[in-house]
Ligand binder design. Structure first.
Ligand SMILES: *Cc1c(COP(=O)(O)O)cnc(C)c1O
Length: 368
C-alpha cells in the first residue's frame, strides 16, 4: 500500500474555544478515566492513490460519518493507548512511544489497513501533547492518556478493505484506572466466552476484540469482580490475559510466569518492559502456558505467591481475588505482594523520571 516516505507537514490550527483555565483546574480536581478530553486532536487522512495526507492539529470535534461508512458495518478499526507524564524536573515525556508506533502498524497489517510511517505516528502524538501540554496532570497516578486510532471511512457497503481511512489522536487527562486506586483487583474467570482464537485478531489492538469481550466483562461485574480473565479458545484450559491487560504469576521461588505470545495474546509494552526489569533484578521469567487448574492448585499448595495484571492504563495491578463458577480463592491475602510492588515501583520510577532511565525508554517532548 502506498505510504509517504518523508514526514508529513502538519497544519496547526489552535482551537478558538479552549476550555477556560479555571474550568480545567476544577475538572482536574476529580479525574476519572477517559471522561475528560483536551482541547485538540491530531488527524491524518489516507486515501487510495494519494496515501497519507491532510495532516493537522485542530480543535477536537466530531467527524461527520456517512451511514454507509465502512467502519459502522465491518469494524475496520485499530487503536493504541499511551501516556504522557510530567516528570519532577518539569519535562513532558512519553514511555517507549516507538513501540506503540510499531505495534500500531502490526495491527494495521492484520486488519488490512494502511501502515502509517512511525515518524508520522510519533509526530502526531508529540504535536498534540505540545499544544495541549497544560492538560498533563501532575498528581501521583495521573497522566495524559493518549489514544491514537484509525478507522475505515469510505462510504461503501461491499465487503473489502476500505479505500479511505482517518487516523486520529485524542488526549484525556486521567487519574488511576481502577476506582480502588492501587488496591488489588478481583477477577472473574470466564467459562462461556473466549477473547481470541488461533488465526484470529487477538494480537491486534482492534476495537472488535473489545466489543467481543464486553459481555464477559459485564458478567465479571455481575459477579462483583473488577475484570475478566480469558482462557484459550481451543482447549479452554490455558490462562491468556484480561480484557485489556496481560497477566503475570509470581512463584514461591521468586520466579515469574507469564503466558507466551503467539497470536492470541496482545503483546503488551508494559509486559515486555516488566520482563526486562525482572531480568535486571535477577528474577527468572518463564513465558510458558499456565493452566487455570495449575493456578488454583499452586495457590492452594503455596507454590504461587502473587499474581498481577499489567498494561498502560493501570500499569501494574495486583490480583487479590479470583472467582469462577465453582468457587473462589484469594492471593497474597488479598494484598499487593512484595514482588509485584517492587516491579511496579521500578517501572513507575522510570516512567515518572524518578529513577535512572538506563534503557532510554523515556522520550522527552521538546519545547513543552
Ligand atoms: C493494550 C492491551 C494490553 C496492554 O498493552 P500495553 O502496551 O502494556 O498497554 C494488554 N492486553 C490487551 C488486550 C490490550 O488491548
Amino acid at each position: 500500500m502506498p505510504s509517504t516516505t518523508s514526514p508529513l507537514t502538519f497544519d496547526i490550527k489552535p482551537s478558538a474555544n479552549p476550555l477556560p483555565e479555571a474550568d480545567r483546574l476544577k475538572a482536574f480536581e476529580s479525574l476519572g478515566f477517559g471522561t475528560l478530553f483536551s482541547d485538540h486532536m491530531a488527524v491524518i487522512r489516507w486515501s487510495e492513490g494519494k496515501g497519507w495526507h491532510s495532516a493537522e492539529v485542530t480543535a477536537r470535534a466530531p467527524f461527520p460519518i456517512d451511514p454507509a461508512s465502512s467502519i459502522l458495518h465491518y469494524a475496520q478499526e485499530i487503536f493504541e493507548g499511551m501516556k504522557a507524564y510530567r516528570t519532577a524536573d518539569g519535562r513532558a515525556v512519553l514511555f517507549r512511544p516507538e513501540e506503540n508506533a510499531r505495534r500500531f502498524n502490526e495491527s494495521a497489517r492484520r486488519m488490512a489497513m494502511p501502515e502509517l510511517p512511525e515518524a508520522d505516528f510519533l509526530a502526531a502524538v508529540e504535536k498534540l501533547v505540545r499544544i495541549d501540554a497544560r492538560w498533563i496532570p501532575q498528581g501521583e497516578g495521573s497522566s495524559l492518556y493518549l489514544r491514537p486510532f484509525m478507522f475505515a471511512s469510505e462510504t461503501f457497503l461491499g465487503v473489502r478493505p476500505s479505500r479511505e481511512y482517518i487516523f486520529c489522536v485524542i488526549a484525556s487527562p486521567v487519574g488511576p484506572y481502577f476506582k480502588g486506586g492501587a488496591k488489588p483487583v478481583s477477577i472473574w474467570v470466564s467459562q462461556d466466552y473466549t477473547r481470541a482464537a488461533p488465526g484470529g485478531t487477538g494480537a491486534a489492538k482492534c476495537g472488535g476484540n473489545y466489543a467481543a469481550s464486553l459481555v464477559a466483562q459485564a458478567e465479571a461485574y455481575g459477579k462483583g469482580c473488577d475484570q475478566v480473565v480469558f482462557l484459550d479458545a481451543a482447549e479452554h484450559k490455558w490462562v491468556e490475559e484480561l480484557g485489556g491487560m496481560n497477566v503475570f504469576f509470581v512463584m514461591a521461588d521468586g520466579s515469574l510466569v507469564t503466558p507466551p505470545l503467539g497470536g492470541t495474546i496482545l503483546p503488551g509494552i508494559t509486559r515486555k518492559s516488566l520482563i526486562t526489569l525482572a531480568h535486571e533484578e535477577g528474577i527468572t521469567v518463564e513465558e510458558k502456558p499456565y493452566s487455570f487448574a495449575e493456578w488454583k492448585a499452586d495457590v492452594a499448595s503455596g507454590k504461587l505467591k502473587e499474581a498481577f495484571a499489567c498494561g498502560t492504563a493501570a500499569v501494574v495491578a495486583a490480583i487479590g481475588m479470583v472467582k469462577y463458577p465453582d468457587g473462589e480463592f484469594q492471593i497474597s491475602d488479598g494484598q499487593t505482594g512484595p514482588v509485584t510492588a517492587r516491579l511496579r515501583d521500578a517501572l513507575i520510577g522510570i516512567q515518572r523520571g524518578q529513577s535512572n532511565d538506563r534503557h532510554g525508554w523515556l522520550h522527552t517532548i521538546a519545547g513543552v
